[in-house]
Design a protein around this ligand. Sequence first.
Ligand SMILES: *Cc1c(COP(=O)(O)O)cnc(C)c1O
Length: 361
Amino acid sequence: MAENRIFNFSAGPSMLPLEVLQKAQSQMLNYEGSGMSVMEMSHRSKAYDEIITTTQARLRRILNIPDNYKVLFMQGGGTMQFSMVPLNLLQKGKADYILTGYFAEKAYKEACKFGDIKVAASSKEQDFTFIPKQEDLNLDPEADYVYLCANNTIYGTEWQYVPETNGVPIVADMSSDILSKPIDVSKFGIIFAGAQKNMGCAGLTVGIVREDLLGNAKENTPVLLDYKTLADKDSMYNTPPTYAIYILGLVLEWIENMGGVEVMQEKNKKKAAMLYDYLDSSDFYTTTANKEDRSMMNVTFRSPNAELDAKFAKESAAAGMSNLKGHRAVGGMRASIYNAMPIEGVEKLIDFMKKFEAENK
Ligand SMILES: *Cc1c(COP(=O)(O)O)cnc(C)c1O
């Protein structure tokens, strides 16, 4: 660890691999002999063209993205996708949403402005502690799409299966679990992810869009909210978030050097299992997420009461672990352990948890 760096358990923006930061630092003032930083470069320059082209190619390779999908680099965060998805996909005017948490609900509320939107299943009545099962999904075969949030960053649950929708395209918000494991892209119509969780830094949203879903946007759709505008111009209709794309490229290079998303998955499984095993063995801490739906990325738990939760957040920060306080909507604690969190960070957290338990029991 570089001097003074702490283990940052933030849900996002979150920790980046040290190697990525060091490489960005080494290239900051003079990118590969260009005499300037990537931030200062024209997005139409040869040097930048190489950055964006290489980054897209790496993402395609790492996630094994089929040729009939476009990779789009956008702005506006995950949240702007909540509007873009219905604007681009509603043709018959109907869609099914599966409500598994805060961001799924936000997406649903936004979509309701644009069409006849149904809740195909929801775990809201049980405080979003589980992921609905296939047989509990009330899917309309006439829907234009089925929407789900693959990993519920705030509640700490994650889909462990891709639902069967009989040909209705699935739109998945993978903001907080993309690149954490291999995925079968061909099972989805659209995948999107804000970069600041597991891909890089804020300012960039990556879209993976099946080609046949392009070109159906409502006529009065703002030009930048039409996926086709971005697809036709290779994400260069206007100035893309150049530096954030460069950082994504470095993160993808790091993932490839580590052995790809299979290796990420192994490491992530190990980290999550260490934490959950400890939590399950403790009668001090409790978890709320349904066991079989637990997230590999965001581990939510609580101590016996809110005062101890606050004390935990304070003391863990003093011990060199930041952002362990749970989201304001749920309280308790949350450890976000994305790809960049080393196993040592999880070990250190567990040691702290044991000590805190012993001191406060
Ligand atoms: C963080 C997050 C969002 C919101 O992303 P913004 O980039 O802040 O708009 C949406 N969905 C999920 C699953 C998230 O984790």
